[in-house]
Design a protein around this ligand. Structure first.
Ligand code: PLP
Length: 376
């Protein structure tokens, strides 16, 4: 008898639909204009290289990563498109950015100096301004001081900022950040450090969809969506019809009938109230399933929601399938995705785990094999 192949014995896998990713980028481009597709952190867990390629063929004019190393990896795979590096980088990484033709978002004068010293030009990078988030970006007075100290006039390839609360539609800080950023751009235009043809980049997914996303500036706008290109709604009340690209499934390994009063899982946080069929599914927090989830959390078993009982273990989780009599050992269950009319979105799992919508896929561990459709 032949030995079973690795695929036969897989306990869990994540299917990634690159055709849907391409379609999402195309749709966003048609509605909102130029897109820099955010593929940092292994494309939020979906796979850096295949997702970057799919985003480019869907029409993204640029790709955004967090670190120069991620950019280098993409260049090594032959990606020719502009690669933006969003997070502040060590000045030591400036030379790598220059050699790999990466476009860093400059958040410190130390990095700017190192980038220019390494032969980079201001037009090859974006000036990142802190318009109110207090994370990356130069404060405007520091940016003005850097410009004043420069021996040669600096004209950046683009000017960017990042929104802190675009995914909270009622929050007023987005409006305030917009106002600050617009004022800063006008000031930079006033001193000749930018013009009305300088590219500006403000919006993440939620920012793009928000009513507050308006500017009187004539500058070309480059949006930076992450969540949306993967079909993840940034907030339940601000959605756009992109298609989810990920399905995450795992197999039921054993089903046991437990009598009433029997504990399930570490810490005995769940105790059966009736004769219960408890299925043990081969996926756990070491695969990236959130360890802490609310009591309503479920997976789909034969097209029906089955609640998780007890705590999620490292390699397994357990669900109550008492009311799903057909459920059998060896069944595939769905953690994210749909079965018939029932579905669990990434955003739903995020809300059960009380984490940001970007979390569940970004946390998918390398132990979960990715299966791609639509690979180029
Ligand atoms: C600077 C920056 N721009 C854009 C994004 C994309 O955000 P989202 O996934 O909400 O679209 C991120 C994500 O964290 C980011 O850090």
């Amino acid at each position: 008898m032949n030995a079973a192949s690795a695929a036969d014995v897989q306990r869990t896998f994540a299917a990634v639909d690159l055709v849907a990713l391409r379609g999402n980028v195309r749709l966003l481009t048609e509605h909102y204009g130029q897109i820099c597709a955010v593929v940092k952190a292994d494309a939020y867990g979906h796979g850096l290289v295949p997702c970057a390629r799919a985003a480019v063929s869907g029409g993204a004019v640029a790709i955004a990563v967090a670190t120069p190393a991620e950019g280098q990896l993409l260049r090594g795979c032959g990606l020719q498109t502009a690669i933006h590096v969003l997070s502040p980088a060590e000045p030591l990484a400036a030379r790598l950015c220059v050699h790999q033709h990466l476009t860093p978002y400059v958040s410190s004068t130390a990095f700017l100096d190192a980038f220019l010293d390494a032969g980079g030009k201001a037009e090859d990078c974006f000036l990142m301004l802190d318009s109110g988030m207090g994370r990356e970006g130069l404060l405007m007075p520091d940016a003005l001081a850097a410009l004043a100290q420069s021996k040669t006039p600096l004209r950046f390839g683009g000017i960017a900022t990042h929104l802190a609360s675009a995914d909270a539609p009622d929050d007023t800080s987005q409006k305030a950040q917009y106002a600050t950023f617009i004022k800063d751009i006008q000031a930079l235009i006033g001193i000749g450090a930018a013009s009305d043809s300088t590219v500006i980049s403000i919006n993440n997914s939620a920012g793009m969809l928000s009513d507050n996303a308006t500017t009187p500036l004539r500058n070309p706008i480059l949006h930076r969506p992450g969540a949306l290109i993967y079909g993840i709604a940034p907030h339940p009340t601000i959605s756009f019809p992109t298609t989810p690209i990920l399905t995450w499934r795992a197999r039921i390994h054993i089903i046991k009938t437990l009598p009433p009063g029997h504990a399930v899982g570490y810490g005995a946080t769940f105790v059966t109230q009736r004769d219960s069929r408890i299925a043990t599914v081969g996926v756990g927090y070491a695969d990236g399933y959130p360890r802490r989830v609310s009591q309503e959390t479920s997976v789909l078993v034969r097209g029906q929601h089955a609640r998780i009982c007890g705590v999620v273990s490292m390699d397994q989780l357990q669900v109550d399938v008492t009311d799903i009599p057909d459920a059998s050992e060896g069944d595939w269950v769905t953690l994210i995705g749909h079965e018939g009319k029932a579905s669990i979105t990434v955003a739903t799992l995020a809300s059960w785990a009380d984490v940001p919508v970007q979390w569940p896929t970004s946390g998918l561990s390398p132990r979960v094999p990715r299966r791609y459709t639509g690979l180029e």
